[in-house]
Write a protein that binds this ligand. Sequence first.
Ligand code: ZN
Length: 141
Amino acid sequence: MGEITGDYNKLLERLYSKVPSKKHGHERFEMPKVEVIHIGSQTIIRNFREIADRLRRNPDILARYFLKELATAGNYDPESGILKVNIKVSSKSLNLLLEKFVQSYVICPTCGRPDTVLVKRGKAWVLVCEACGAEQPVKPI
Ligand SMILES: [Zn+2]
């Protein structure tokens, strides 16, 4: 009965309750999970490109977000689609980070759907929802 697990579950519940199932077309949005391997002190996310594709986000932007939040260096390899991180991070931490990204940069705060695109307008970044048309300024990564 760890505090952290409880909060994590609450976070998930809150997240999923905000994501209504679509009436037509694609299946319900499911949070992708990272596939992680640790090599020495490095962490490798094997399915990084797949995750970015699922979220319809540029992998370079997602990589930049991860490395910034983890305050470390690393690199995304477009050939293999993996992200290498130069520190050891648990898959649980990475999944939480991914959820944070989705909350801030994928889910529309107005209607709760994931059908959004990130648009750059000069220096400003805007999350534009294709479902309800809402626009939300977000912090550039
Ligand atoms: Zn919306």
